[in-house]
Design a protein around this ligand. Structure first.
Ligand SMILES: Cc1cc2nc3c(=O)[nH]c(=O)nc-3n(C[C@H](O)[C@H](O)[C@H](O)COP(=O)(O)OP(=O)(O)OC[C@H]3O[C@@H](n4cnc5c(N)ncnc54)[C@H](O)[C@@H]3O)c2cc1C
Length: 529
């Protein structure tokens, strides 16, 4: 048994590494145990084919909290994000819509489809950005505790109440619409052109098992407007060297403050004596003890696997089992021997240096969801594609390129049973390549290597229950003081000395770092270590 640690972090995802870095910076003796050979979890870079470094899962960054970059000096440790400027929507009739960072350019493009939408678009962007700033009040603090009368909690609620009140009546009403409406209903209030609404609405369904017409998806839309890169709201970018570059910067920072990090170290169980966590045992039988144990794993893995039902109250077990995962996304990563050009805009230009949304109409998106509802992957799915090698040449050999395709819908629970996903993996990959080939002539002849990740693969490889990309759906009933379960939404679990720091806690998924940071600060404030 090896001991003497103040804290052991189970899992080396970016949140686990950030949590470790903050604790180590405060002078605590910290050990991180990661089951895989590589750090990063869903924010990981791997060279799967010689010379090609893939962002295997997450592929773009926006939500990462700027103050964490400053406080942990991440730029010094290798954090570098290159902003992207365009969002291209190719259409089956050979036309396309490109939205740019430059508002005038976007207006010109949108006016080809609707003059009215072109006029409204800048105002919509301004208001959503404003709402996104309000969301900062929510995501940069622990979730409020609505049951507590402690002064600190009441002050927290007052701060939030004031931020909402300061919105004024119009924006307050809009905020209520955002948390209750469907992404499409919300956009319908502003725009008329489907060519614009379809690619905008998909931000509302990312990582959820819902369609763009499902109530509550407008909130997920807002979640995607909360991002900040270099102080500019609503910007997305590529992490240099893939999203694993961010995780490596967090790991480097943690090590620089003295944290110890072990890979190939899968944790089997949290050790519990007299109801209190005091260590972990690895799958190889090695034991480590510490004053505090922190799990970077999702709520299901943490409570039901690491702790085990026998150590939990029935009510906690019920709540954890009710938490919805329902993975709905997959990923297809391609190594290509040349640049994939789109028939709608031939040539290689800035339009290929952003994201490319295959979302030509609302009906297209709804049909894709219909197939998932009845237990099949979409044959013509929504795809969000990027070619990171055009912006960051370090990820592919000269002249070669990566085409990364994030795909919805790929339901975890296919009608044949999730365990049968491996039989359908290549057919799913073919559906994605066939769909992309409708827009990229000659795509199939360019492919040097293909990786297909179904939600079952995401679960097996990354430990994400049911392949949910956010460690649990971002639906309203699973947010704030309900994430992951009511009564334990402030990083503490129901087991004394065991905390959680992953995306399954407030404020939720995405490469944000907030859960890791807020968990560490909660532990330090509690003075328990
Ligand atoms: C396919 C996909 C695409 C995505 N795209 C984007 C995107 O473009 N932009 C964005 O912002 N977000 C995206 N996300 C979401 C984002 O990547 C995640 O929300 C975030 O990376 C989660 O970080 P985390 O540290 O909370 O948890 P995780 O990354 O889940 O980390 C948990 C860690 O624990 C380790 N682990 C599991 N079990 C054990 C064990 N028993 N012992 C030890 N270690 C263990 C895992 O290997 C992993 O390293 C995507 C996710 C996926 C899966």
């Amino acid at each position: 048994m090896k001991g003497n640690y103040d804290a052991i972090v189970v899992g080396g995802g970016h949140n686990g590494l950030i949590c470790a870095a903050y604790l180590a910076k405060a002078g605590k003796k910290v050990l991180v145990l990661e089951k895989r050979y590589v750090l990063g979890g869903a924010a990981v870079s791997e060279e799967l084919y010689p010379g090609f470094t893939f962002s295997v899962a997450s592929y773009v960054v926006s939500l990462f909290r700027p103050h964490i970059i400053r406080e942990l000096e991440l730029a010094k440790h290798g954090y570098e994000v290159i902003p992207m400027d365009c969002s291209l929507s190719p259409l089956p009739n050979g036309d396309s819509l490109a939205r740019w960072g430059d508002a005038h350019k976007s207006r010109r493009e949108i006016s080809r489809f609707s003059q009215k939408d072109a006029e409204v678009y800048p105002e919509f962007s301004r208001i959503m950005t404003h709402m996104g700033k309000l969301a900062k009040e929510v995501i940069d603090h622990p979730a409020p505790d609505i049951n507590s009368l402690k002064i600190k909690e009441l002050a927290n609620l007052l701060r939030l109440g004031k931020a909402f009140k300061d919105l004024g009546p119009d924006l307050l009403h809009m905020n209520i619409k955002l948390v209750t409406m469907s992404a499409l209903d919300f956009l319908d209030q502003w725009f008329e052109s489907e060519v614009l609404k379809a690619p905008m609405s998909v931000s509302g369904i990312i990582g959820t098992f819902q369609g763009v017409r499902s109530p509550g998806t407008a909130y997920v839309l807002l979640h995607h407007y909360m991002g900040q890169l270099d102080g500019a709201f609503r910007s997305w970018g590529f992490s240099k060297g893939g999203t694993g570059g961010i995780s490596m910067a967090c790991a480097n920072a943690a090590r620089s403050y003295g944290a110890e990090i072990k890979t190939n170290a899968p944790v089997h169980k949290v050790l519990i004596k007299n109801g209190q966590a005091y260590g972990v045992v690895l799958e190889n039988g090695d034991e480590y003890t510490a004053k505090t144990i922190i799990s970077n794993l999702d709520p299901n893995q943490t409570y039901l696997n690491l702790v085990g039902e026998k150590n939990l109250d029935d009510e906690i077990v019920k709540q954890v089992k009710r938490f919805k995962f329902r993975g709905s996304s997959g990923k297809v990563n391609l190594a290509l021997d040349r640049v994939p050009e789109f028939s709608c805009r031939p040539g290689v230009g800035d339009h290929l240096r952003g994201d490319i949304a295959i979302a030509p109409s609302i009906d297209y998106l709804e049909k894709a969801f219909d197939e998932a509802k009845y237990g099949s992957f979409s044959k013509r799915p929504y795809i969000n594609a990027v070619i990171p090698s055009l912006t960051d040449p370090t990820v592919a050999p000269p002249g070669k390129h990566i085409l990364s395709c994030f795909v919805q819908y790929a339901p975890y629970n296919i009608k044949e049973g999730a365990e049968n996903w491996p039989k359908y993996r290549e057919a799913f990959g073919d559906a994605v390549v066939d769909t992309m080939a409708e827009y990229i002539p000659g795509l199939k002849d360019m492919i040097l290597y293909r990786q297909v990740l179904t939600p079952w693969d995401i679960e097996k490889q990354m430990g994400l229950t049911e392949g949910n990309i956010f460690q649990g759906e971002l639906s309203l009933e699973q947010l704030l003081f309900q994430r992951p379960i009511s009564g334990y939404a402030k990083y503490k679990t129901s087991v004394p000395s065991l905390y959680m720091c992953g995306s399954g806690t407030h404020p939720g998924g995405g490469i944000m770092g907030a859960s890791g940071e807020l968990c560490a600060k909660t532990i330090l404030q509690s003075r328990s270590i």
